[in-house]
Design a protein around this ligand. Structure first.
Ligand SMILES: Nc1ncnc2c1ncn2[C@@H]1O[C@H](COP(=O)(O)OP(=O)(O)OP(=O)(O)O)[C@@H](O)[C@H]1O
Length: 343
């Protein structure tokens, strides 16, 4: 795979009456051709600014932005317009034309691009069929549900066959079920057309559902990025860890731990589940061999990218030296154990 979008040491600051705001701070990031990259961060982390830098609505204060073969930072305005035309956008508020029908909305970018009427009609029908809204072609946006509106937004974004799709909080206004449908549609767009997609969100669930890789933004910086499974299984920053915990409820919170401690006098140890055959059997056998009693008191295992993910919290009972020996044996087997020290 090769990078389709490349940001090299990109910063963007704004001078405001109350001083300089650095919205994007020395970000280096690549989006591989054909992948779905999720960019997650809290409000104010710099996500929207990042989007405007990628779709050439703004230029960085320093650093380089490269999309396809074009270095945006070196192009004249006329060329930037051409690049913008190769990037599809979908938005949280859908941004549909209320005065136009569903078909009219999807046809609009084709009309702007000078595509003839017959070809336009053919393409609109094909796109509406793809997003499952052919029967709504003559409806107006206000007659549609949120999920349907976003489907129209996706059809419209795809009309001119962009090479990159930017989804800026595209599911944030939708309920969970509709969110899942729209995300599944984006995944289908990615798989059937091989389209590179950047999903900007503050919801880790959206990342879990469709992204191949994730970049975590905090205060303008990308503090962590990597394969979704790796970041979920082993977040290395507090920001990433907080997002992962919003989706995986596999580790006890501080208050849960307090309750667990009161109910279970033994040593509480959390073990992140590894995606290898008979993992829990290996753990159980190791405790048994060391005469350590093990009771699972908290945890959860789910699937991510067809691999097991999660954690189990055990209450371990027996001689302290036996428990220590069992944990050492697990460590020798590559098993991570986290002792839940008393607060
Ligand atoms: N045009 C601008 N002028 C001044 N400050 C700006 C401008 N655009 C963004 N900022 C500031 O830059 C920081 C990052 O904003 P940005 O909108 O990129 O974050 P975000 O992660 O997209 O948040 P949200 O999800 O709330 O939009 C914020 O502190 C914001 O106030």
């Amino acid at each position: 795979m090769s990078a389709f979008v490349r940001l090299e040491n990109v910063s963007r600051h704004y001078d405001t009456p109350s001083g300089r705001v650095t919205a994007v701070d020395d970000v280096s990031l690549e989006v591989e051709e054909g992948e779905i990259l999720g960019v997650i961060g809290y409000s104010g982390a710099g996500k929207s600014t990042l989007v405007r830098l990628i779709n050439a609505l703004e230029l960085p204060s320093s650093g380089r932005v490269i999309v396809g073969d074009d270095e945006l930072t070196a192009l004249p305005e006329r060329e930037l317009r051409r690049v913008r035309g190769q990037i599809g956008m979908i938005f949280q508020q859908f941004n549909l034309f209320h005065s136009r029908t569903v078909a009219g909305n999807v046809a609009y970018p084709l009309r702007v691009a000078g595509v003839g009427a017959a070809e336009r009609d053919r393409r609109v029908a094909e796109l509406l069929d793809f997003v499952g809204l052919l029967d709504k072609a003559h409806a107006h946006p206000e007659q549609l549900s949120g999920g349907q509106k976003q489907r129209v937004g996706i059809a419209r974004a795809l009309a001119t066959q962009p090479r990159l799709l930017l989804a800026d909080e595209a599911t944030s206004a939708l309920d969970p079920e509709t969110t899942a449908d729209v995300l599944a549609l984006l995944k289908r767009v990615n798989q059937e057309f091989g389209l590179t997609i950047v999903v900007i969100t503050h919801e880790m669930e959206a990342i879990r559902a469709i992204a191949d890789r994730v970049a975590v933004m905090d205060s303008g910086r990308v503090v962590e990025h990597g394969d979704v499974y790796d970041v979920f299984a082993n977040p290395s920053t507090a920001a990433a860890s907080r997002f992962v915990r919003t989706v995986l409820h596999d580790r006890p919170s501080a208050s849960t731990l307090e309750r667990l401690r009161a109910a279970h006098p033994g040593r509480l140890v959390t073990i992140p589940v590894q995606d290898r055959p008979a993992f829990t059997t290996l753990v159980a056998r190791t405790f048994e061999q060391h005469r350590v009693g093990d009771t699972i008191v908290f945890g959860g295992i789910s699937e991510l990218q067809n691999r097991a993910i999660g954690a189990l919290t055990y209450e371990l009972t027996g001689a302290e030296s036996d428990i220590d020996a069992a944990l050492a044996a697990l460590a020798a087997d590559g098993v991570v154990t986290i002792t839940e020290d008393a607060a």
